[in-house]
Write a protein that binds this ligand. Structure first.
Ligand code: SAH
Ligand code: SF4
Ligand code: F3S
Length: 470
């Protein structure tokens, strides 16, 4: 099916804001301000979507809670990337039956990537009858209208048709953080890696207009945000679909030109589209953080081909060498899948070789999880789970040693870090991030939160650094 992007018109978004006002007129009559609980699973993309859902809810007159007993509206924003993530969601949704029995007026809404899977939506329809509203990422922009319908009429709503995907500008946001912000620059994915469900649930790649992105970043900088992450499933193919095509490196350059003291990060980059021009731009633009998340998934070329990654190990390593020659202190992170169908232990060892050569600062590692409807779910998968787990543990042990060594190299140095919050560990007061996004637990006064400060690194382990404000 040919898929084209639908742009939601400003008038259509305006109409949704009118629905917010209509709901606000209803909630204003209630004895006290109603509260909403928005619970988010999955990636930053989902976090960003939840901020828009909160934005709409705030306009409808809702405050926020994390206590499901106190919530008049519960929204669970779900992730479909692995089976484990789905089971957690279904377990929690199942448990809400009891909560709703105590609060029959409660509205339970499920959204996000899982809801765009027809089989999941059907399961909710049949077996989770306490759920009032189901909508996929494509229908998020219509959330106020759906809430209005539920409050004024009885019944359940399912809005999860398969669509090309849309772009809607002007949806209000309530952000979770005052220092760091997400800015989606594009939605969807065209890559169809054979293990991955994202292209099926998030639709085709579509880019926001550069002027909309720049205006959003300018607004954030004016509000005092210091750390801005540009988001997309594959940011390196940004702009190919625009009326006036532009590439991601050019966008970075424009964001970098916005005046102010802030850092620019971005994720995720696909190795096949990460270019020398991008690396050069990163090296030249002083606000672009010296960090790259570049997933390579597997180190063996046969496996990469079966994954439809469209890059080889040698191509990947060449890009890393090029990048390191331009930015010697670059912080590198990656995603890896262990136990892709048919991957032998010998092939898996090629992944270990990449770790040894690149020496990543940190990794996100996953055991393959078959996703219904993806090609890999139908592939022969003879290796036992125990053997996969053994390989997975070898990978973790190697990376732990590398992370510990890399973190150890910071000890004694003074690094300009962004102090981003309070430490949940009582031995430390604050948390901070190095430019390369390594976590630092810091001793120092709370007035530093939200500022760039020099931190003297006094210790390290495999997970984080420790230090004190200078
Ligand atoms: N768009 C990004 C990441 C998307 S999902 C990219 O291309 O890199 C984040 C990570 O989840 C992927 O990089 C991959 O390592 C992992 N992942 C995706 N599908 C998976 C599956 N079926 N089983 C296990 N891990 C998976
Ligand atoms: Fe999934 Fe591949 Fe797209 Fe990433 S690039 S979202 S792994 S299909
Ligand atoms: Fe999960 Fe959807 Fe993100 S499947 S990883 S929340 S794009």
């Amino acid at each position: 099916m040919e898929r084209t992007t639908t742009t939601i018109s400003p008038a259509d978004v305006e109409r949704q804001l009118d629905f917010c006002q209509k709901v606000a007129a209803v909630t204003a009559q209630w004895p006290q301000q109603p509260l909403a609980f928005v619970d988010t699973y999955g990636c930053q993309q989902n976090e960003a979507d939840s901020e828009r859902i909160r934005g709409y809810l705030a306009q409808m007159g809702f405050g926020f809670t994390t206590d499901e007993e106190k919530a008049r509206v519960i929204v669970i924003n779900t992730c479909a990337i692995r089976e484990h993530a789905e089971q957690r969601v279904l377990g929690n949704v199942g448990a809400l039956v009891h909560v709703k029995r105590r609060h029959p007026e409660q509205l339970i809404c499920l959204c996000g990537c899982m809801m765009q899977e027809p089989s999941v939506a059907e399961k909710i329809r049949q077996s989770y009858r306490h759920v009032d509203l189901v909508f996929g990422p494509h229908a998020l922009w219509k959330f106020p209208e759906m809430v209005h319908t539920l409050l004024t009429q009885r019944g359940r709503i399912f809005q999860n048709a398969d669509e090309a995907g849309s772009i809607a500008e002007g949806i209000p946001v309530v952000r979770q953080d005052k220092v760091k912000a997400w800015v989606s620059i594009m939605y969807g994915c065209n890559n169809f890696c054979t293990y991955c469900i994202v292209p099926y649930v998030r639709g085709r790649e579509r880019s926001r207009k550069p002027e909309d992105i720049l205006a959003e970043v300018e607004g954030l900088v004016a509000e005092g945000y210091k750390d801005i992450t540009l988001l997309g499933q594959n940011v390196n193919s940004y702009g190919k679909d625009l009326e006036e095509p532009m590439d991601f490196a050019d966008l970075l350059e424009k964001v970098n030109a916005i005046p102010g003291d802030f850092l620019i990060r971005f994720m995720t980059s696909h190795p096949k589209d990460a270019t020398h021009k991008l690396f050069e731009t990163m090296a030249r633009c002083e606000k672009v953080a010296p960090v790259l998340h570049l997933p390579f998934q597997a180190g063996n070329d046969r496996v990469l081909k079966a994954m439809n990654r469209r890059h080889t190990r040698a191509e990947y390593l060449d890009k890393i060498r090029d990048l390191k020659s331009l930015i010697p202190d670059i912080v590198l992170t990656s995603d890896i899948i262990v136990g892709f169908p048919g991957e032998t232990t010998e092939e898996f060892e090629d992944t270990l070789k990449v770790l040894e050569e690149v020496r990543f600062d940190a990794l996100f590692t996953f055991i393959f999880s078959p996703r219904p409807g993806t090609p890999a779910a139908k592939m022969e998968d003879p290796m036992s789970h125990e053997e996969k787990l053994q390989n997975f543990n070898r990978l973790l042990a190697l990376q732990d040693a590398i992370s510990e060594e890399k973190h150890g190299a910071y000890v004694g140095k003074t690094v300009r870090c962004l102090v981003d919050g309070f430490s949940d560990d009582s031995r430390w007061d604050l948390t901070a991030r190095t430019p390369g996004n390594r976590l630092v637990r810091v001793v120092g006064g709370k007035e530093a939160v939200g500022q760039f400060r020099d931190v003297k690194i006094t210790g390290a382990n495999k997970w984080s650094l420790f230090g004190e404000l200078v």
